[in-house]
Ligand binder design. Structure first.
Ligand SMILES: N[C@@H](CCC(=O)N[C@@H](CS)C(=O)NCC(=O)O)C(=O)O
Length: 240
């Protein structure tokens, strides 16, 4: 068992604020020496299960978000771009497949590692996390004609994954096992009290404490007894 503080990050590739949370937590995981558990889940299910509404369906919230995301992207130094049709991308096309992809990819990495395939333990998972970052960037900035398959393939290639790993990930993504895993993660988030993403869960003395949003890092740092050093903590250990 790890003696590190454990933080779970629930996120969805369709959620731009999740992307900010994902990037910042990846930058900080070595700075704070935490065990960061990445938990891809389905934001639509969280909305429905909690009785919440996507922020985009409240016109004023939507207008606010488009401006807020622009300045947040600049502050966090994350290349987030508004898609040509954000409503279509976020609320109609959704993210189920993208999340399943990430998950299946990580499992593919695990299988390969067990089989002695990956040279550096964890390398494939880290690449997939990077790949997912690219994937998210393409979903959020991809415009109306994107196809998840094509985007994931492109993103994974850019992240340096081999064709075999990409093929495995795409195949596994469609499996019932992966879909069930995504469902379980979504339910777990709801059980913690989620109503939106990103959701950070800090297990303080065995009891979960939740933080909603990518604007709660300073408070999270305070609660875990660490320092918030800004969006890009200036240390080489902070690299992914
Ligand atoms: N203030 C938060 C906003 C996060 C946010 O709006 N997340 C969306 C998904 S991209 C959500 O789940 N919203 C639910 C809600 O606002 O109730 C932040 O800066 O991260």
């Amino acid at each position: 068992m790890t003696s590190k503080k454990v933080i779970e990050l629930f996120y969805d590739v369709v959620s731009p604020y999740s992307w900010l949370g994902f990037e910042v937590m990846c930058r900080y995981r070595h700075v704070w020496n935490i065990e960061l558990k990445l938990c891809p889940a389905f934001l639509g299910g969280v909305m429905q299960g909690s009785g919440n509404k996507p922020p985009g369906v409240v016109p004023n919230k939507f207008m606010y978000m488009t401006k807020d995301l622009k300045r947040a992207a600049e502050y966090f130094d994350v290349p987030l771009q508004a898609p040509a049709d954000p409503f279509e991308v976020m609320f109609k096309k959704g993210s189920l497949y993208g999340d399943a992809l990430r998950d299946s990819g990580a499992r593919t990495g695990e299988r390969r590692r067990q089989a002695g395939g990956a040279g550096v333990p964890g390398a494939v998972e880290t690449d997939l996390e990077r790949g997912q970052g690219h994937h998210r960037s393409r979903i959020v900035g991809g415009g109306a004609n994107w196809s998840r398959l094509v985007l994931f393939g492109e993103a994974a290639k850019k992240a340096g994954l081999s064709d075999g790993v990409i093929k495995d990930a795409l195949e596994t993504a469609a499996s019932k096992e992966i879909k069930d895993k995504l469902k379980d993660a979504t339910q777990k988030a709801l059980d913690y009290g989620a109503f939106g993403f990103p959701l950070l869960v800090y297990h303080r003395n065995g009891s979960p404490e939740i933080f909603f949003g990518s604007d709660r890092f300073e408070l999270l740092a305070h609660c875990i007894g660490e320092k918030w050093l800004g969006p890009r903590p200036n240390t080489s250990a902070a690299k992914l």
